[in-house]
Design a protein around this ligand. Structure first.
Ligand SMILES: [Mg+2]
Length: 310
């Protein structure tokens, strides 16, 4: 995950059961800097939203089958689509309908027939707000120094994977990682180089994970954490050893470390999550193993697998 946002043309989905209404929108929005998609029914709109995640939806209300209100209600109920701004475009220009549409979570309600320049101006404003919101959301889950996911976001991912493992009755592994003698490194080289060291390690850890489901986060200070869904103890031990070697292979000089190079210690734990367990226990177990690895002289990993009761 990167903090740098690449410029992406916003996508807008226009939904209306009357094709000529869509033609008008397409004709006028073509010169706007947006990618326009169209749907002729509420059902088609929902399917497209889940496929393409538009940045904004222009939504007709009166449609046969699922009407616009119902489409909006479903979008707002689903956390994965709730943040997509909905703008109602409707011939129903009475207070009751407008209030209803806005109360369902629509960001705006525009009466038909509408002025094209005003529609375009509103669209630009809503898209600019959406872009800001997206950027804030990304910043809120990214560690500024390393661009890895931060601890807050990691906790969310951990929770999701924990619940998934309960559902699938699969194993989940976690590695806690600490940079060896990092305080001494900072004392000798200063914080700027210390930061560069953490950035290098973050890069190595992300490159060292092969399964797209694996997640690495900065846990805090010089601590990192790796989540390995659907991975048993043996698999987790392999990843731990690979990461340890990769960091050492960077050969970052560290005169105050016994190996003369920057190294990491890792503690791992594996479990098959069940309903009555708390995911915190897995973290604590991995942490205990990390301290064991440190006591064993660092630059190594320690793994434990046991079942426990909460
Ligand atoms: Mg209609």
């Amino acid at each position: 995950m990167s903090i740098k946002m690449e410029f992406k043309q916003p996508t807008v989905l226009a939904v209306d059961d009357i094709p000529s209404n869509l033609d008008i929108l397409v004709a006028h929005l073509i010169e706007e800097d947006v990618e326009l998609m169209v749907a002729l029914s509420g059902e088609e709109a929902l399917a497209l939203v889940h496929q393409r995640r538009p940045d904004l939806i222009l939504l007709d209300i009166m449609m046969p089958g699922m009407d616009g209100y119902e489409v909006c209600r479903r979008l707002k109920q689903d956390p994965s689509t709730a943040d997509i701004p909905v703008v109602f475009l409707s011939a129903r220009d009475n207070e009751v309908d407008m209030e209803k549409g806005l109360s369902l979570g629509a960001i705006d309600y525009i009466n038909k027939p509408f002025s094209i320049p005003v529609l375009k101006a509103r669209l630009r404003n809503h898209l600019a707000l959406k872009q800001k919101g997206d950027k804030l959301a990304e910043l809120a889950c990214t560690d500024e120094l390393t661009s890895l996911m931060n601890r807050r976001h990691f906790n969310q991912v951990f929770r999701q994977e924990w619940l998934r493992a309960i559902r699938n009755k699969s194993q989940l592994s976690l590695l806690m990682i600490d940079v060896d003698h990092f305080k001494a490194y900072n004392d000798r080289f200063g914080h700027t180089q210390g930061d560069a060291c953490l950035q290098a390690i973050a890069r190595v850890l992300s490159m060292g994970l092969r399964d797209p489901a694996d997640a690495v986060a900065r846990f805090g200070g010089e601590e990192f954490v790796v989540l390995l869904p659907d991975t048993d103890r043996e698999g987790a031990a392999k990843v731990a050893e690979r990461l340890r070697r990769l960091v050492l292979a960077e050969a970052l000089p560290h005169p105050d470390s016994s190996g003369c190079f920057v190294s990491i210690s890792l503690g791992g734990a594996t479990c098959s999550p069940e309903q009555n367990m708390a995911e915190l226990a897995l973290l604590q177990q991995a942490d205990e193993q990390l301290y064991r690895a440190k006591r064993h002289g660092r630059n190594c990993y320690s793994m434990e697998h046991r079942t426990w009761q909460d």
